[in-house]
Design a protein around this ligand. Structure first.
Ligand code: 5GP
Length: 203
């Protein structure tokens, strides 16, 4: 029997733009229950097929800066000239309800979460090679050459942060990456400190 947890697990997933995180996350969410994807706020323009409130909450710079000033964000970062940030209240409510919360955020934001939330789990996802990352960004066909070059440059900087993460997942095939993340989350759930409410009856 699956017991509801006392408190949800905060999971941070980072990886370069174009690695296929959104596809992996969509597949993971369809397979695993009791996990909530935190929809970030961003000032970037929606890509074709993206929906407001589903992929992101799309806001303008003035609104984002208001949220920063009002301290409504757990973390935020500027990435290729746009703001991205995580709403504090929404994730706090889910964690209190015993639901796991998944954040798809870049490395500067992840560093802020590491400092603020000691129990969080940090997973970095990489492509099988750098060339494959470039191919995937071009295949996506939504960004200009300049933007793609910026994202590849950024990826090189982000890879330097990998030693600060707990787990490294390789997205060669989506199903393989999802299976690795499932294994990590299941192992985390089995940690003694995450099963204390079950242990009380054996005391
Ligand atoms: P994209 O524009 O490709 O959707 O996302 C660009 C980068 O921003 C990705 O690395 C993504 O993980 C990151 N990102 C998305 N939402 C957030 C957020 O709320 N906070 C931070 N720090 N990064 C985010």
């Amino acid at each position: 029997m699956q017991r509801k947890k006392d408190k949800g697990q905060l999971i941070v997933l980072s990886g370069p733009s174009g690695v296929g995180k959104s596809t992996v996350i969509a597949e993971l969410l369809s397979q695993r229950k009791n996990i909530y994807f935190s929809v970030s706020y961003t000032t970037r323009q929606p890509r074709v097929g993206e929906q407001d409130g589903v992929n992101y909450n799309f806001v303008d710079r003035a609104e984002f800066e208001r949220m920063i000033a009002a301290d409504e964000l757990l973390e935020y970062a500027e990435y290729v000239n746009n703001y991205y940030g995580t709403s504090l209240r929404v994730i706090q409510d889910r964690l209190e309800e015993g639901v796991d919360v998944l954040l798809d955020i870049e490395v500067q934001g992840a560093a802020k979460v590491r400092a603020r939330c000691p129990g969080a789990l940090f997973i970095f996802i990489i492509p099988p090679s750098f060339e494959e990352l470039s191919r995937r960004l071009h295949r996506r066909n939504t960004d200009s050459e300049d933007v793609i070059a910026g994202r590849l440059e950024k990826a090189r900087v982000e890879f330097k942060e990998i030693p600060n993460y707990d787990y490294l997942v390789i997205n060669d095939k989506v199903s393989g990456a999802v299976a690795e993340i499932e294994a990590i989350l299941t192992a985390a759930e089995c940690r003694v400190e995450n099963r204390e409410s079950i242990l009380t009856q054996f005391a």
